[in-house]
Design a protein around this ligand. Structure first.
Ligand SMILES: O=C(O)C(=O)C[C@]1(C(=O)O)C=C[C@@H](O)C=C1
Length: 270
């Protein structure tokens, strides 16, 4: 099995991807990963979807709405960040925006004057630290020895010990399956009236289907026009989910519904 994920080597996405594929390739953005899987260049893609501190990875939500892919499983993994540098004499801290945000309190307390630089991934920030003594990176501590050695100046610097990220394992859309304990849907109703969201939610509530995530994202077409992302704790193989889907398709008859498929959860420790 081959897979594509966020690079370079040593990102958290890479660590998650190793749980599903032996042969892992890299791209520099989530959108490029989803596009590469949709076009059939890779069997699987691994993309971050949600973090326990910072919430949704909005680039992933938007790319899932724009490309034809399905979700075959989700991976939940703890995220424990370290501060890595050549020494103490740095003035810039480079990492993925999610990682900088997950360490906000630590950085404010210990490095209030440092410049924070958001880069494409945690491993990209660590690479800059390796090349430049004035830069520190935030990433998994194993990155310290991934190439020329760096010092681990601090470990476990995330604001909550329970910090965890959820990744989607994606595949080309024709591999979508109805089997699994969770299902993800994206709904674009393309209409706007009082109670529309309530009606969408009632399609699930009336059938005793539990939601584990609901998110609205701008459609991009005009201000106030939204797509809704739903994760439910049930599989499409269940008749109650098929009935809910029928009702939602009816409510979104002026727009569209994307069923990303049903899947199970894998917890990966490393
Ligand atoms: O930069 C990385 O290492 C990634 O894999 C990306 C990412 C993310 O986008 O959320 C993944 C897990 C962590 O939450 C921090 C960053």
């Amino acid at each position: 099995m081959n897979a594509v994920t966020l690079g370079p080597t040593g990102t958290y996405s890479h660590r998650a991807a190793r749980a599903v594929a032996d042969d892992v390739s890299f791209r520099e953005s989530v959108t490029a990963i989803i596009e590469a899987v949709a076009s059939g260049d890779f069997e699987r893609g691994v993309v971050p979807i949600e973090n326990s501190i910072e919430g949704s990875v909005t680039e992933t939500l938007d790319a899932l709405a724009n490309y034809e892919v399905c979700v075959t499983s989700e991976i939940v993994t703890p995220i424990r960040h370290a501060l890595l540098a050549q020494g103490e004499s740095f003035d810039t801290i480079a990492s993925h925006a999610q990682a900088l945000a997950q360490c906000r309190s630590y950085l404010e307390e210990h490095y209030p004057d440092a410049i924070q630089e958001a880069v494409a991934s945690t491993a990209r920030g660590v690479q800059s630290a390796r090349e430049n003594a004035s830069i520190a990176g935030i990433g998994h501590p194993d990155n310290a020895t991934n190439g020329a050695e760096l010092q681990i100046l601090a470990e476990d610097i995330q604001d909550q010990d329970s910090n965890a990220t959820r990744f989607f394992v994606i595949a080309p859309a024709d591999e979508r399956t109805d089997a699994g304990g969770k299902t993800s849907l994206i709904v674009y109703p393309n209409v706007n009236y009082p109670g529309l969201l309530l009606e969408l939610l009632e399609a699930f509530a009336d059938r005793d289907i539990n939601l584990s995530r609901v998110e609205s994202r701008p459609s991009g077409a005009r201000l106030g026009d939204y797509l809704f992302h739903f994760d439910i704790e049930a599989g499409v193989y269940e008749s109650r989910v098929q009935d809910a889907l029928d009702e939602i398709e009816e409510l979104a008859s002026e727009g569209w519904v994307r069923n990303l498929g049903s899947y199970d959860t894998k917890h990966v420790l490393y």
